[in-house]
Design a protein around this ligand. Structure first.
Ligand code: C2O
Length: 550
């Protein structure tokens, strides 16, 4: 591979959306942010310079970061934030991965405006395991707030209530014609008839899973989270925050006498308010130069696709069960067949008491919290990876995150009266190369809800999923250990569970969390410490000299 250099200048930029102009935090003044492209095997060297007053860090979402954990990016986990006027060089090699990923800010809610595609092409002598596309098109879904996104989350944390919801979804940064005064801010995909386009779909929205469809067209799904899947055809996709999906779009052989809406709107199962609006883009066939007036653009009817109901959980479960690893000799599914260590994590919402002489807007006058195994993870004052590496854990974290819930209950039954969470900075420590199974169980404590769970530093295999409570006596016999999908973010079904497996072959500190930013901010996160192995190439090297300090 070669080394590719990028420079990210973090700076403010005035952007107008929904008839309002505001100053947002951007990379190089671009919104959405610049495309990072590399090939499998390349090294990326990205210098991030912070010219704004906010603290910043950037995460390369889905990159394995094999023995390069110092470049992973989550603030207070693998690094202290880059402060105003400071810089940090993210330096990592892309090993054993190719496909669509994305990068985003990993502090507070700055990823609302700081995100962009991260595209890994196959090595130059290798090709896709599907037809060579005529063109490749990144499509990023985002969420736009009229307010300052950091103010939105700070207000939620202070009052304990739910956050203000976003004002629009965006497609490549544009809300589209279904929003006020946004017709001119519409993403248009101009296509030629009879060609295959590779759409690289990225859900960079903060808090919403999305359905996506293009009127009168179908997609062939070929990849999820930068791992090839067995191709299958669908006209509607589901994509959760943190997930990426590559699809082939074959255009009609003749330019049709119509224009087609591409629509995305939320799949939502939680309680409370959410942004229930629809982003629209337009798929437009190029008009042949000899076209008759009847096919001229403005005379074409505009067709709309149908989308499932907002809470179509069965549709979503059915869609996820279609995703299977390619599992060929060239792209094998290396599913751990035996497990060294089993974990069972409940995930869900809960509450913290309201401080005296304050009124709180959470459930029954409390503050909303979110937890795994009932522990709401508090960010430490310094980066975990530094504390671990230099053996200074005292006062920063404790290694007692429980492998199973301390007080089991009927997770999906009648909610318990006591919704209180415990707070702390607890991690799980595992030896190098442990083969791990984790069952992620949604709880109905404050309403069942689908949660996109993301693991840093690894891809995992989704070996099973189901509704209700996981049954350790019967469910494992139904696990798929042959061709389960390999990914970095999995939607835990609302009122259900998923089982994942991974081989802990990457030493370092790795965050696992809900990729809904609101749940992340409320503490739905934990971290794994994977110890060094014995061989030199099984150890995490020391940090780079410019690693930010807290
Ligand atoms: Cu896409 Cu921890 O993040």
């Amino acid at each position: 591979g070669i080394t590719r250099h990028y420079k990210f200048n973090i700076k403010l930029k005035n952007i107008t959306r929904l008839c309002r102009t505001k100053s947002i935090v951007t990379v190089n003044g671009e919104f959405p942010g610049p495309r990072v492209i590399a090939r499998e095997g390349d090294r990326l060297v990205i210098k991030v310079v912070n010219h704004v007053s906010n603290n910043i860090s950037i995460h390369w979402h889905g990159i394995r970061q094999l023995r390069s954990g110092w470049a992973d990016g989550p603030s207070y986990i693998t690094q202290c934030p880059i402060q105003t006027g400071q810089s940090y060089v993210y330096n990592f090699t892309i090993t054993g991965q190719r496909g669509t990923l994305f990068w985003h800010a990993h502090i507070s809610w700055l990823r609302a405006t700081l995100y962009g595609p991260l595209i890994i092409l196959p090595k130059s002598n290798e090709s896709y395991p599907f037809v060579k596309p005529y063109k490749e098109v990144p499509i990023l879904f985002g969420e736009w707030f009229n307010a300052d996104p950091e103010a939105v989350i700070n207000q939620s944390l202070q009052t304990g209530g739910g956050p203000n919801v976003s004002d629009a979804y965006t497609l490549n940064g544009l809300p589209g014609p279904l929003y006020n005064c946004s017709a001119k801010d519409t993403y248009k995909l101009k296509v030629k008839p009879g060609k295959t386009y590779l759409l690289r779909l990225i859900n960079a929205a903060l808090n919403d899973e999305l359905f996506f469809s293009i009127a009168n067209h179908t997609f062939t799904v070929v990849e999820a989270d930068a791992a090839y899947v067995k191709p299958f055809v669908t006209n509607i996709l589901v994509i959760a925050p943190g997930q990426t999906t590559n699809v082939l779009l074959k255009t009609k052989s003749q330019a049709p006498n119509a224009t087609f809406f591409m629509l995305a709107r939320p799949y939502f199962t939680g309680m409370g308010t959410f942004d229930n609006t629809t982003v629209a883009g337009i798929l437009e066939y190029q008009t042949p130069s000899n076209s008759s007036p009847s096919t001229s653009l403005k005379n074409r009817p505009l067709l709309k696709p149908g989308l499932p109901a907002i809470n179509a959980t069965n549709f979503v479960a059915n869609f996820s069960s279609k995703l299977r690893s390619l599992a060929t000799a060239k792209f094998p599914a290396n599913v751990p067949q035996k497990v060294d260590k089993k974990f069972f994590f409940t995930i869900g919402l809960g509450s913290n008491p309201c401080p005296k002489n304050q009124t709180c807007q959470g459930p029954n006058g409390t503050k909303f919290a979110a937890s795994m195994n009932n522990f709401s993870f508090a960010l430490p004052r310094t980066a975990l990876l530094q504390s671990y590496f230099f053996s200074q854990s005292s006062g920063v974290y404790t290694a007692d995150f429980p492998a199973f819930p301390l007080h089991p209950f009927n997770y999906t039954g009648t909610p318990p009266n006591n919704t209180r969470v415990s707070n702390g900075t607890k991690v799980v420590v595992i030896p190098f190369n442990t083969s791990v199974e984790v069952v992620l169980q949604d709880t109905s404590i404050l309403g069942a809800e689908s949660h996109p769970l993301h693991l840093h530093g690894y891809n995992f295999y989704v070996v099973g999923q189901g509704f209700g409570n996981f049954d350790p006596n019967n469910d494992p016999s139904k696990f798929n250990l042959v061709d389960p999908v390999e990914r970095n973010t999995v939607g835990v079904p609302s009122g259900g569970w998923v089982a994942i497996r991974f081989q802990a072959d990457n030493p370092g500190v790795w965050l696992m969390h809900c990729h809904f930013d609101i749940h992340l901010s409320w503490g739905l996160r934990m971290a794994w410490i994977v110890l060094d192995g014995k061989l030199p190439n099984q150890k995490l090297p020391p940090p780079p000299s410019d690693l930010p300090q807290c």
